[in-house]
Write a protein that binds this ligand. Structure first.
Ligand SMILES: Cc1cc2nc3c(=O)[nH]c(=O)nc-3n(C[C@H](O)[C@H](O)[C@H](O)COP(=O)(O)OP(=O)(O)OC[C@H]3O[C@@H](n4cnc5c(N)ncnc54)[C@H](O)[C@@H]3O)c2cc1C
Length: 392
């Protein structure tokens, strides 16, 4: 193989996770090849659709907080070195009944980690955020440092910095197969053969195609994002924080019974609508058969409007001005997987992030790069281990 086909580390997939891993490895002076079957940012995986929520008090679990805290620092560094704006600290609300499990966990994590916040009563919510029609008894957690990140801009910025730091980026080439021995890894692409000491698989929803023995661990759930037409209150909608409104279920944020919706401020002008979404776990798809997941069942704009918006968010109409579909790669319990392959210590699985990974991605990239370069990371990766392991 030629110089451009041999590296210290080969990173497969240059989405949220892969672009961060590639950048942080290249920055440390390692020779890195990053490869993607498409040309990120693109709209075929999990990292598109304009905005992603970020919040420091991660109700999904206190073990994620070091990642997101570090991520907020890294977004600012990335912005300073590229001039690309990535992170908007517009504040964030978690809304729910006082006994809602996610709201309670969010408050507990904020207290544990000293995250600045305020608790809002129903009347606080009504007076400060009139776009919500809140039932009596509804409360909220308000985190001023929360906000949203632009996923496409974040990938563009990290790939630019990675290239500047010396990484070789191969776009529109796909890993078809790989083998690993104690001496290193060999990967066959559609165009060539690549060799490296370490292989990092950041393939998102395609992970089971590259690691078939992992298939029982992951489920690919298609999700739909809608931008609903603004009926009134554009100025207030433009200035509002991001929000997550939990509506019951059984109190487990990862349960299929969980219901509610989340949304973002109106950032596309009065005609651009408000991006609002629900989460769905009732359908699975093959990532190569995206059409199968488009607007399925309850995920249509009409169904979402009827179930939530007509009653709780009446400043938008039932008209969707834009619709985008996207993939969640979920594990049981919606955990992350950031670990070495059980049989191949020089192969990492990094990314099936169960629909809440973006906010952590630059810090995950940094921690994986530290683990590979230094043999250990500042942030503990053990909560994200493979668990039962993989046979191959
Ligand atoms: C609708 C939606 C809303 C979300 N909201 C939030 C949120 O508000 N906050 C939050 O923190 N997270 C959120 N997430 C989750 C977050 O976006 C994901 O966890 C994250 O983007 C996943 O990134 P990834 O790098 O794992 O996958 P991707 O970005 O999909 O990257 C995988 C890449 O691998 C490439 N690839 C695959 N196979 C091969 C191969 N064989 N050879 C070469 N390349 C290959 C693909 O082309 C792709 O570019 C949301 C996700 C969705 C879908």
């Amino acid at each position: 193989v030629t110089e451009s086909e041999r590296a210290d580390v080969l990173v497969v997939g240059l989405g949220a996770m892969g672009s961060a891993v590639t950048l942080r490895l290249a920055e440390r002076g390692l020779r890195v090849i990053g490869i993607d079957r498409l040309e990120p940012p693109h709209d075929q995986g999990s990292t598109h659709g304009q905005t992603r929520i970020t919040r420091l008090a991660v109700g999904e679990g206190a073990e994620y907080v070091p990642f997101v805290r570090r991520a907020h620092e890294l977004w600012r560094e990335i912005e300073a070195s590229t001039g690309i704006s990535v992170f908007e600290e517009v504040g964030g609300l978690v809304i729910g009944d006082p006994d809602d499990g996610f709201l309670q966990r969010t408050r507990a994590v904020a207290t544990l980690h000293g995250v600045a916040h305020r608790n809002l009563s129903t009347s606080d919510l009504e007076s400060r955020y009139p776009m919500f029609d809140v039932p009596a008894g509804t409360e909220a957690y308000l985190e001023p440092e929360a906000g949203y990140v632009r996923p496409e801009a974040a990938i563009t910025a990290q790939l630019r910095l990675a290239r500047d730091a010396g990484a070789v980026l191969r776009m529109n080439d796909r890993i078809r197969s790989w083998t690993a021995t104690t001496n290193g890894v060999t990967a066959r692409t559609t165009a060539t053969t690549l060799e490296a000491d370490v292989l990092v698989l950041c393939a998102g929803s395609w992970i089971t195609k590259l690691v078939p023995e992992s298939a029982p661990m992951f489920a690919i759930h298609p999700q739909t994002l809608h931008w609903f037409e603004i009926r009134r209150g554009y100025e207030e909608l433009r200035r509002m924080p991001i929000f997550v409104w939990e509506m019951g279920g059984d109190g487990d944020p990862f349960s299929h019974l969980t219901s509610g919706f989340y949304g973002f401020p109106a950032i596309d002008g009065p005609g651009g609508g408000v991006k609002l979404a629900t989460e769905h776990y009732d359908t699975t798809v093959d990532p190569d058969d995206r059409a199968a997941g488009d607007g399925v069942g309850e995920q249509t704009a009409v169904a979402m409007y009827a179930r939530y918006l007509a009653r709780y968010f009446p400043w938008v109409s039932e008209q969707s001005v834009r619709t985008v579909s996207c993939l969640y790669t979920c594990t049981r319990g919606s955990r992350f997987v950031i670990d070495r392959h059980t049989r191949h210590p020089n192969v990492w699985l990094v990314s099936p992030c169960s629909g809440h990974g973006f906010k952590h991605s630059p810090a995950i990239g940094e921690a994986v790069a530290q683990s590979i370069a230094d043999g250990g990371s500042k942030i503990d990766l053990s909560p994200f281990a493979l668990g039962a392991g993989l046979d191959r």
